[in-house]
Ligand binder design. Sequence first.
Ligand SMILES: Nc1ncnc2c1ncn2[C@@H]1O[C@H](COP(=O)(O)OP(=O)(O)O)[C@@H](O)[C@H]1O
Ligand SMILES: O=C(O)C1=C[C@@H](OP(=O)(O)O)[C@@H](O)[C@H](O)C1
Ligand SMILES: [Mg+2]
Length: 170
Amino acid sequence: MVKKSIVLIGFMGVGKTTVGKEIARKLNRNFVDIDHVIEREFNMPTTEIFKEYGEETFRKKEKELIKRYTQHRKLVISVGGGAFLQEEVKYLCLSSAVVVFLNISWDTWKDRIYFLTRTRPNLQGKSIEEIKQLFIERQPIYKDHHIKIDTDNLNIGEAAYKVINALGTI
Ligand SMILES: Nc1ncnc2c1ncn2[C@@H]1O[C@H](COP(=O)(O)OP(=O)(O)O)[C@@H](O)[C@H]1O
Ligand SMILES: O=C(O)C1=C[C@@H](OP(=O)(O)O)[C@@H](O)[C@H](O)C1
Ligand SMILES: [Mg+2]
């Protein structure tokens, strides 16, 4: 098994946090969810950070923390769906970790929307058409990765298993 840290990327709600936790449990590694670390540092949920300080401040902190955690080996790290908007973050992850893109189709994703809007500032106040547009616009930022896993029709355990299997092949 690779000794590098594993970084999970993909659109909001694809399962980076839940699947990441499960991968870490199965591999007996420590798990870091960058959004959770940011929320702990600001002592408020992401939605409040966006409202109080703005997205730019959030992105700055996100980059700082990703820089810190990608220096470690053997972690499983879930980054937010917008982290790869920052070229430096993308470069840091690709050069020091194994980047796993969790992929989901729009058809599967749209059935999850009701679980997500309350906690995702970038979905709030948007119509389904606008969210679909964001989903499409975001796809290019995930195109650089080491492993791609299609998660449609997989439950959380199956998705974690598929990632671990793929890690064994590189
Ligand atoms: N493979 C899956 N099948 C069904 N539901 C899932 C799957 N992966 C994640 N979920 C659910 O989708 C929601 C968002 O998952 P989460 O891990 O927070 O996504 P992300 O961190 O990518 O934003 C949660 O309610 C989670 O339980
Ligand atoms: O895609 C985005 O812009 C964001 C995704 C969120 O993480 P998840 O991808 O874990 O939902 C979180 O970092 C923040 O709300 C911004
Ligand atoms: Mg998450």
